[in-house]
Every structure is written in structure tokens, then in C-alpha cells.
Write a protein that binds this ligand. Structure first.
Ligand code: NIG
Ligand code: FE
Length: 411
């Protein structure tokens, strides 16, 4: 028998109207969401519903419903944490100087190499459940804390287990070109990454690279992307123009990157290249906040150019230790001066587009996965107004309520 559930008595129902260019929010009052076999079937006026038409009727008691949030850039499979490094940064040592001294990303590499697959799976799964409870209903996860074949494979195998064991869509990205491991020169390590790219083809959907002074160059990005295409990776992404301007964004967009991420130092030429390449701009205000960065990306120029914006946590122990997309939404509004509507469209439709999945989820449109959140408020803008609150009352994945873990956010 078909399972058709009617979620009725929704005070404010927020969808993304993707027919509008650029997509905008569509807000309906006193409506019902009809979910058939885990997908949105239709939206109806609440008055005049016939409960006998449905297998179940759930009364949402006037609450707000918004699409589930999509976290399109995370590094959530890792061991250890970096509070000492945070203290060094607060005492004026820079993020890059910490990396150059052999810590930073490399300290997480050390801890992740030492951890076994079982413990990585346990901690990553706990993180994802916590993120789901806070409103995330689709994920991207990168490797990049192994920098050797064995550990990179271990991380991506954990990612594939998470894909199977949790009911949410997961996109996996191979980020071998994340940092240069101790004992190698840049060119030795980069040649190693290039040579071994085919080993990761069946473990990940795409590739990524950290293009930054003292890490990988624009030339490396170009070589990696061309080789990745030959090997058969479909999704090319890049950490670009994060701490300085290198030119990686324009090159990545030219080579067909699905997303360019960070972009604090992206300039008008980069914006034109992203527009031309239909590349999504993934912004992560949690990094701006946590690293104390003063450089704000040219978000309004991006919007004026008609580029799709996405928002993500960048969840990782060094530059953005957060599990909470609600915090990211709030920071995006106030650090980037964008409206709640622009931020919410970015964290749903935009992030889904960065994962080439905007047809499948992100907008709560008929035919899409019924991944949505009920909020403890009658106005979605409270997410952007009050800060430091958790407004998610319940996360629904394919129309099913997710159990909220009670454990604290640390392992
Ligand atoms: O997206 N920029 C490079 N990579 C991550 C940080 C990783 C880390 O510090 O562990 C980022 O910010
Ligand atoms: Fe990142």
C-alpha cells in the first residue's frame, strides 16, 4: 500500500520557487504538505482536507516548515581536535604559519592516520546525527586528512559506510591535494597524488584541491582537474582565494568546476568566470568568524552577476569547528549583509546545486525528497534574528522524524 502522509496545520510553509530566476522563497500560510513514499507529492490548502485520503495525518500545530539545510562542504571525518592551535591563533600566530610549523592540517593528519576505521566511523556518524538534529539533511564530505593512500582510502571507505548507514544523501570528494605531508616536497607529493588518482575513482564522486600560496598552485589545480576528468571524476571543486588571491577560481571555473569554495579574495574577473562557467560560489562564514578574518567575499557582486550562492559549515577541527548550519545562516546574513531570503535560498537550493542535486532535493518542490524541518517559531526569519538559539524542533528525512541525540557536541 502507498504510504501517503498529510502534514497539516502548517503556519508558515517555506519552499524555494525554482521557476523564478534567480530562485526565491515561496511562503504559504495555513497549508498542508502531502508526502507520498518519502517524496513531496503536493501542497494543499489546510481547509477542506479529507483525512480519509491519507494513511496518516500529522498536525503540526501552526509551526513553520522550511526545506532541510544542505551542507555542501565538510571535512567531518577526522580524529583529534585543535584547541591549542586556536589559542596560538588568538595569540597572533597565523593559520598558515601554524601549518608551516608542521601543525594545523598536519596535526589532524597525524591523529587521523593513527585512528582506526571503526573509531572514525563512530565519531563521524555521531557528528552527522548531531548535524541532522540541527537541521542538515544532505552532506558533502571530503577526505584530505590522510595524505597517503592507506589513510585517504580509510577516510573515503568510512564515507561510503556513512552513505549506506544513514538515510541522508552523501556526496564524497577526494582531497588528496589538501596539504604537503612531512617528508615530501610539494612536487614529489603532487606527482604522487596525480599518479594515484585512479585508485580513488570508485570511492569518491569528485576531487578538490587547496590552492593557496605555500600549498598548491594554479598550475597544480589545472593539472589535477584535467587528469581527474580523464580518470572519470564528474565533480570538480576547489578551495580558492581563501587567504590570498592566486587565480585558482577563474581557472577552476574555466575547467568546469561545479563549485568554487571560500572566495574571500575573489575579484570581479573571478566572478565573471564563475558566471560564465555556471559555477556555484560556496561561502563559509563560519571560517571568517573562527579565523577572525576581516576579508569579506564580494557577495553582492556575486548576487548582482546572477551567480548561484551556496552556504556550508566547512565542518573541520582547524578553521570551522561547527556542526550547525543554523549558525552559518545567521553569520551569513550579518557578516555578508545578505537577507534571510538570500541566505536560506543559498543553504538549500544553492548548496544542492553545488552537489548537482538541485533536482532531487533542497527546494521542497513536488517530486523532491521530503526532507524538511519544523521550527519552534511562527516566522522563519527568527533563525536570522536571534543568534545562539536552536530553532529546529524536528528534522524529517523523507517524511520520517529523525531522533535527536542528547549527547554534547564533543567526543
Ligand atoms: O576548508 N583550507 C583548507 N582546508 C580547510 C581547513 C582544514 C583544517 O584546518 O583542518 C578549510 O578551511
Ligand atoms: Fe574546506
Amino acid at each position: 500500500m502507498n504510504d501517503t502522509v498529510c502534514f497539516r496545520n502548517i503556519g508558515q510553509l517555506v519552499q524555494v520557487d525554482t521557476a523564478n530566476k534567480p530562485p526565491r522563497l515561496k511562503i504559504l500560510y495555513k497549508h498542508a504538505l502531502i508526502v507520498k513514499n518519502g517524496r513531496v507529492e503536493k501542497v494543499l490548502k489546510d481547509s477542506g482536507l479529507k483525512s480519509s485520503n491519507y494513511s496518516r495525518v500529522i498536525d503540526l500545530k501552526g509551526k513553520t516548515v522550511i526545506p532541510g539545510l544542505v551542507d555542501c562542504h565538510t571535512h567531518l571525518i577526522y580524529a583529534g581536535e585543535r584547541k591549542d592551535e586556536m589559542e596560538r591563533r588568538l595569540d597572533a600566530t597565523s593559520y598558515m604559519d601554524i601549518l608551516k610549523s608542521g601543525d594545523g592540517i598536519l596535526s589532524t593528519v597525524k591523529a587521523t592516520r593513527e585512528a582506526d576505521g571503526k573509531s572514525l566511523l563512530k565519531t563521524a556518524k555521531a557528528r552527522m546525527k548531531r548535524m541532522m538534529a540541527l537541521g542538515t539533511t544532505a552532506f558533502e564530505i571530503k577526505s584530505g586528512y590522510g595524505l597517503d593512500i592507506e589513510t585517504e582510502k580509510k577516510i573515503l571507505s568510512v564515507g561510503n559506510r556513512l552513505k549506506k548507514e544513514l538515510p541522508v544523501p552523501v556526496t564524497l570528494t577526494y582531497l588528496g591535494a589538501h596539504a604537503i605531508p612531512e617528508g615530501s616536497t610539494k612536487s614529489q607529493y603532487f606527482d604522487f597524488v596525480m599518479k594515484n588518482l585512479p585508485l580513488f575513482r570508485n570511492l569518491a564522486d569528485g576531487v578538490d584541491i587547496f590552492c593557496e600560496e605555500g600549498v598548491f598552485s594554479v598550475k597544480d589545480l589545472k593539472r589535477l582537474f584535467l587528469q581527474a576528468k580523464l580518470v572519470g571524476f564528474t565533480q570538480l571543486r576547489a578551495h580558492v582565494e581563501e587567504l590570498s588571491h592566486q587565480g585558482g577560481c577563474a581557472e577552476a571555473a574555466k575547467l568546469g568546476a561545479v563549485s568554487c569554495d571560500h572566495l574571500e579574495y575573489a575579484n570581479p574577473k573571478d566572478i565573471r568566470a564563475m558566471k560564465h562557467g555556471d559555477t556555484v560560489a560556496v561561502l563559509m562564514p563560519g571560517v571568517t568568524f573562527f579565523l577572525g578574518g576581516e576579508k569579506i567575499p564580494l557577495v553582492h557582486s556575486m548576487l548582482d552577476a546572477g551567480i548561484t550562492l551556496a552556504l556550508a559549515t566547512d565542518c573541520n577541527p582547524g578553521s570551522s569547528p561547527t556542526y550547525n548550519m543554523q549558525t552559518v545562516l545567521n553569520l551569513a546574513c550579518h557578516l555578508y549583509r545578505i537577507t534571510p531570503e538570500q541566505a536560506l535560498v543559498a543553504a538549500t537550493y544553492g548548496s544542492a546545486k553545488a552537489l548537482e542535486s538541485h533536482e532531487k532535493y533542497g527546494s521542497l518542490q513536488p517530486g523532491q525528497r521530503a526532507d524538511f524541518l519544523t521550527l519552534k517559531t511562527n516566522d522563519y526569519r527568527d533563525l536570522f534574528y536571534y543568534f545562539g538559539e536552536n530553532f529546529v524542533e524536528q528534522t524529517f528525512i523523507q517524511g520520517q522524524a529523525v531522533r535527536i541525540p542528547k549527547a554534547p557536541a564533543i567526543e
